[in-house]
Design a protein around this ligand. Structure first.
Ligand SMILES: [Zn+2]
Length: 535
């Protein structure tokens, strides 16, 4: 008997945490950061206390009460006594691994809490992006996916303190096993990237392993990893052979992006396995059609070619396809695309794996924007980046004096630079991102409108408030291609794979599948948090 238990991603977009148990074999399918639930209780200046370790996220329902799967250094004294009476409490003696679908934090973020001896299986691109995000981000203690500083045990009050200097608290790296290539085939630069930041050659630093790992109980796990198209490189779906047949987990996917052929191939191969169950995302079930990346290119090109002065392009972080769309537009219009250091770091990381990714040093249409105040005291990764691309750095004064020459890749959180840039009235703010309920952050659109009004910028594609909802005006649509397939495409995927059971996740309208697939022969089972589904 196989059991699937969802601990997140139910009636919410993101936060997927699914436990698959097949006898003594136990796997986690993603272990994401639950943005929606987190925002119910927390905001920028009210966060879970890092010194309280697991206590806050367990108490607030951000983590499932599964004793035995979490890092012991994050356990406060007597932690589990309070949770043992909760209905969803369980003690697990082991987990064989985490199958990670992609590097968006709503799928990967809470891996930071898991025991360090639980390996993460993923594609090489996801693995490298996860490290690039952590290296270049201000990642909080609850989003340290690839490495972490263990909390110290020697605090007299019993509460944890994070110490950075002692031997027992030195940075530890998590074991990643890559599914789509052999670690030996990685270039020397790629291997160097993976080990950068770890000074000592000790067991704390872990090289990459291949995916052929045995389970805890010694039985080989028969896994298949299928690359799919999503708004971040490296996304994949998984198939796991169990005693009840094949179980497929889609992760996040779409059929309308630049790599739609990958998703199509996945659907064909998944169908050929004649799976017993399909765990399928449903972010955009209510949408009937998609805007394609090519539509975005054409619409944004037209707007930018007709603009005068500075262009600010606001698009989702880590969406390399979108960055390349705007790079092409920069080439077509004779402008420079000024990207932030963290985007440059990600682009450089992607080029370690894929030679078709542009070389920042060689591409005359790419510049790196150096923040006016914060990067005065840059961290090591940024210092190295500025050194390596010395001739590519532009400052606010450079952009200010040649406004018509730049497409600046800023988001809401970079608007603090505008007082240094002095954008001329009528400059264009092009919003090429999703409406609210974005997986990672809910932008304060009201505040964004205030900034644009203050600097007299023209906006395009930006949601406006209508009857209490933020919506992009119809005439300004077509500047964003979603990372998720629309309802029509999702139903086609479900019908083609034709599983015995379909389990919707990552959706605010999971009942859509039950309504639409009635009579199709596919049984739709709506998961409930913490309640096992028997397959
Ligand atoms: Zn995603």
């Amino acid at each position: 008997m196989v059991q699937l238990t969802c601990y997140g991603g139910i009636n919410e977009i993101g936060g997927n945490k699914i436990l698959l148990e097949d006898g003594n074999r136990k796997l986690l399918l993603d272990f994401g950061f639950p943005y929606k639930r987190h925002k119910l209780f927390y905001e920028e200046y009210l966060k879970p206390r890092s010194g309280a370790g697991l206590l806050d996220p367990l108490t607030m329902g951000l983590l499932p009460s599964l004793e035995g799967i979490y890092r012991e250094d994050l356990e406060t004294p007597d932690l589990w006594r309070a949770f043992r009476s909760s209905p969803s409490y369980r003690k697990l003696d082991h987990v064989d691994g985490i199958l990670l679908s992609h590097a968006h934090l709503d799928h990967s973020g809470h891996i930071s809490f898991l025991r360090n001896d639980i390996a993460v299986y993923s594609t090489v691109a996801t693995t490298f992006i996860a490290k690039a995000i952590q290296d270049s981000g201000k990642s909080d203690f609850d989003q340290q996916v690839c490495y972490f500083n263990p909390a110290s045990f020697d605090c007299p009050t019993g509460w944890k303190q994070t110490a950075f200097l002692s031997e027992s608290t030195a940075k530890q790296q998590r074991q990643f096993c890559i599914a789509d290539m052999t670690p030996n085939d990685l270039s020397a630069n790629a291997i160097q990237f993976w080990s950068s930041g770890f000074w000592e050659k000790t067991p704390r630093q872990k090289g990459l392993a291949s995916c052929a790992l045995l389970s805890h109980s010694g039985c080989a796990l028969n896994l298949r990893c299928f690359p799919v198209d999503h708004s971040i490189p490296g996304a994949c779906a998984w198939a796991i052979e169990t005693g009840s047949g094949w179980i497929i987990y889609s992760g996040d996917l779409r059929l309308h992006g630049k790599r739609a052929a990958l998703t199509k191939r996945f659907v064909d191969k998944a169908a050929a396995l004649k799976p017993r169950a399909l765990i399928l995302e449903g972010t955009n079930v209510q949408r009937a059609t998609n805007v394609s990346e090519h539509d975005v290119y054409e619409n944004a090109l037209r707007a930018i070619a007709n603009s005068h002065g500075l262009v600010i392009a606001d698009f989702p972080a880590r969406d390399i396809d979108r960055l390349l769309t705007f790079l092409q537009i920069a080439k077509d219009t004779g402008k420079k695309l000024a990207i932030l250091p963290k985007d440059a770091y990600l682009l450089k990381t992607m080029r370690l794996l894929e030679q078709t990714v542009p070389d920042i040093a060689e591409d005359e249409n790419i510049a790196i924007y150096q923040d006016t105040v914060a990067s005065k005291n840059p961290s090591l990764w940024m210092r190295n980046l500025f050194q390596e691309y010395d001739g590519k750095i532009v400052l606010a004064s450079d952009v200010s004096s040649s406004q018509g020459q730049f497409i600046l890749c800023f988001s809401f959180f970079d608007l603090n630079e505008l007082p240094s840039i002095h954008p001329k009235p009528g400059s264009l703010y092009l919003f090429s991102s999703s409406e609210p309920h974005d997986e990672e952050q809910e932008i304060d659109f009201r505040r964004l409108h205030n900034w644009l009004k203050h600097f007299e910028l023209t906006s395009l594609g930006l949601p406006i408030e209508k009857n209490g909802e933020w919506q992009i005006p119809d005439e300004e649509r077509g500047l964003h291609a979603s990372g998720h397939a629309c309802g029509t495409d999702l139903l086609n995927i479900a019908r083609e794979i034709n599983p015995g059971i379909l389990i919707p996740v990552h959706s605010e309208q999971p009942s859509f599948y039950a309504e639409q697939l009635e009579g199709s022969g596919i049984q739709v089972t709506l998961p409930v948090i913490g309640r096992s589904i028997e397959i």
